[in-house]
Design a binder for this molecule. Structure first.
Ligand code: DGT
Ligand code: CA
Ligand code: CA
Ligand code: ZN
Length: 606
């Protein structure tokens, strides 16, 4: 019931924000009052969504006084909760909805178009849902409304496209912890020998369509255990709905809206099934062709010879090996040259410098290769924790040897950006902390995430930046400049002798905005010529550079780093997604500067 109530409270806040006033006798007279009211509904929604126990259970035992004990719940909202819990209805909410007959919950998921805009569209064109909005935008009706334009109409179409894509695909970081938990849980079920999430999840793609769990069982116990495992899977607490069930398969929808498949196979076929379900489809098809060319047949049950004898299938390594191939890391299974290299042939797209003799797959950077993190925020700007706290957790919980504090700078007002003097004060403070902690084998670098302004200059002068140990520059404004101007801004920053790094070089937020247009080849060439480092931002909603950019950078000998962009100590866990991204871009350890020990890092910068 908590989620249900949280959604209603959020919807109320949204409708109030649209400018629809309620009739609950306590409506604020002033604009400020209304803003507070909207905020308190949102806060209550957040709290209730994360509440344990279920709110109706709480009410059963403690009545209204129990509700009032929940943080952020005042009298007015508590009474509404009571009404909903006891009658299953909320008059106030129903009245609000009567006043505005549109599909509010759908619009709430449409990021980048706010309630006030939705209201305008409704009062002018009676638009009630996203497909009507799309139709009106395609028909050119929206540009004519006062305050709108052709450009804004196009922007609306873009947001709708993102909405549709975002609906079907989830960011890997959003589902990662849950998928790992289910994997572990399955692995500990009696009778199960291996359990793994295959598909795009194993390939560490940026977004995941559905999760493909694969489970191997002892061949002997096959029939007895299969049904038990299928039942175990479909009755997990995370399952909202069983979509389908078979002898060795199940399809479910999880409570978080993600679809998950399960396939149970005997141990003898595990390697072949894993190879099949890891994909990508393009990779799988190409490997099957290799099998055919050798007179074999490959499917999810194994590799078979001309007389249908299974000759491999227990492990993936065995499958690739019998086809004359090196084992290929999942992250690069896209049929983009890896098959030829695994066969020892010269890959057409891969120009490795020292490929004497047999061509080889790249030695991808490993998940435990990073020694430091060079984009970390503290409570000097928009981070939530002190420099000491960030450093301590990086060291103790994540095993890092150094971090750079890279707080935002002055022109980023929203993030409480620092000016020159504040940066210098902060770097003095960092020097003190390092002095106190001498000998523990951990170093905090003084740094900054400097803003690149519209003309490519920075918002902090070079004589200040030169007092810091490391400087990254990034674009946070003027996203809509044309590609040439945008690229020039980045090139100017890269050419600045005080700038070591370009942070998150495209500015995209996955499923939400495309980022600004950049001529990536030019940026990569300039980065190489100026010894500027490009960042792979490991935050799972950024992950720029993209895989193809990383590959291009690596081939051009550009140095890269992988940073968490941490604003909270738990964000260091994001580094894994940046490493996955780097692997998908064929990056080796030698291309990633923050794999270096601290002593060698500073020498490798500009
Ligand atoms: P997703 O779920 O859209 O993020 O991407 P995947 O790669 O996880 O795709 P999914 O879940 O449709 O299928 C899982 C794997 O199963 C896929 O990576 C390769 C394999 N597969 C699925 N359909 C086919 C097919 O028609 N042919 C071949 N060879 N393999 C397939
Ligand atoms: Ca999948
Ligand atoms: Ca699937
Ligand atoms: Zn930033």
């Amino acid at each position: 019931m908590n989620l249900e109530i949280a959604n209603i409270l959020r919807e109320i806040a949204y409708i109030l924000e649209m400018g629809v006033t309620g009739k609950d006798g306590e409506d604020p007279k002033s604009k400020i009052g209304l803003i507070f009211k909207i905020r308190s509904y949102r806060r209550a929604a957040d709290v209730i969504e994360n509440l344990y126990p279920e709110i109706d259970e709480l009410y059963k035992t403690e009545k209204i006084s129990g509700l009032l004990k929940i943080p952020s719940i005042g009298k007015a909202i508590a009474l509404k909760l009571e009404e909903y819990i006891t009658t299953g209805k909320l008059r106030y909410y129903e009245d609000l909805r009567k006043d505005i007959p549109i599909n509010v919950s759908e619009f709430m998921d449409l990021e980048g178009i706010g309630p006030k805009t939705i209201m305008k569209l409704y009062s002018n064109l009676k638009i009630k849902n996203i497909s009507e909005l799309e139709k009106a935008a395609l028909g050119g009706e929206i540009r004519n409304i006062a305050g709108f334009s052709k450009k804004r109409e196009e922007a609306i179409l873009n947001k709708i496209e993102f909405f549709r894509k975002g609906k079907e695909r989830r960011l890997i970081g959003e589902i990662y912890p849950l998928v790992k938990e289910i994997e572990d849980r399955l692995a500990s079920v009696p009778g199960i020998r291996h359990a793994i999430a295959a598909g795009s999840f194993r390939r560490m793609k940026e977004t995941i369509g559905d999760v493909d769990f694969l489970v191997a069982i002892l061949a002997k116990t096959e029939n007895a255990t299969k049904a038990k495992i299928i039942d175990y899977f479909t009755s997990m607490p995370e399952v909202r709905e069983i979509v389908g069930k078979g002898v060795s398969k199940a399809f479910v929808k999880l409570r978080n809206g993600v679809d998950a498949d399960l396939l149970v196979v005997p141990e003898d076929s595990f390697g072949a099934a894993l190879q099949y379900f890891t994909g990508s489809k393009e990779h799988g098809v190409a490997v099957r062709k290799v099998a055919l060319s050798k007179g074999f047949k490959l499917n999810e049950w194994g590799v078979f010879d001309a007389s249908e004898n299974r000759i491999a299938g227990r492990t993936e390594e065995e499958v690739y090996q019998i086809l004359g191939m090196e084992w290929i890391p999942p992250e690069i299974r896209e049929n983009r040259g890896e098959i030829e290299l695994a066969l020892g042939k010269e890959g057409h797209q891969h120009k490795k410098k020292s490929s004497k003799g047999r061509a080889k797959l790249p030695q991808l950077i490993d998940y435990n290769d990073l020694r430091g993190d060079l984009q970390v925020h503290s409570n000097y700007s928009d981070g939530k924790f002190s420099i000491e706290e960030m450093a301590q957790i990086a060291r103790l919980k994540f095993g890092l040897k150094y971090i750079a504090i890279s707080d935002h700078t002055t022109s980023l007002k929203l993030a409480n950006g620092l000016d020159g003097q504040e940066l210098i004060n902060q770097s003095n403070k960092i020097a003190e902390i390092n002095e106190v902690n001498k000998g523990i084998g951990f170093h905090i670098l003084s740094g900054a995430e400097v803003n690149i302004q519209k003309d490519g200059s920075l918002d902090i002068p070079n004589n200040v930046l030169d007092k810091l140990e490391i400087v990254g520059a990034a674009i946070h404004s003027n996203f809509s400049l044309p590609i040439d101007d945008q690229t020039n801004r980045l090139l100017e920053a890269a050419k600045n002798p005080s700038v070591d790094i370009i942070y998150h070089p495209t500015g995209r937020i996955i499923n939400r905005r495309d980022g600004y247009p950049v001529n990536m080849i030019k940026l990569i060439e300039t980065a190489r010529d100026t010894k500027t480092v490009l960042e792979i931002d490991a935050h799972y909603n950024r992950l720029d550079l993209k895989d193809e950019h990383i590959r291009m950078a690596v081939e051009n000998d550009v140095n890269l780093i992988i940073d968490s962009d941490a604003h909270h100590p738990l964000h260091f866990a994001f580094l894994r997604f940046g490493i996955g991204q780097a692997r998908r871009g064929w990056a080796e350890k030698s291309s990633i500067l923050n794999t270096l020990p601290f002593e060698r890092l500073l020498d490798s910068l500009k």
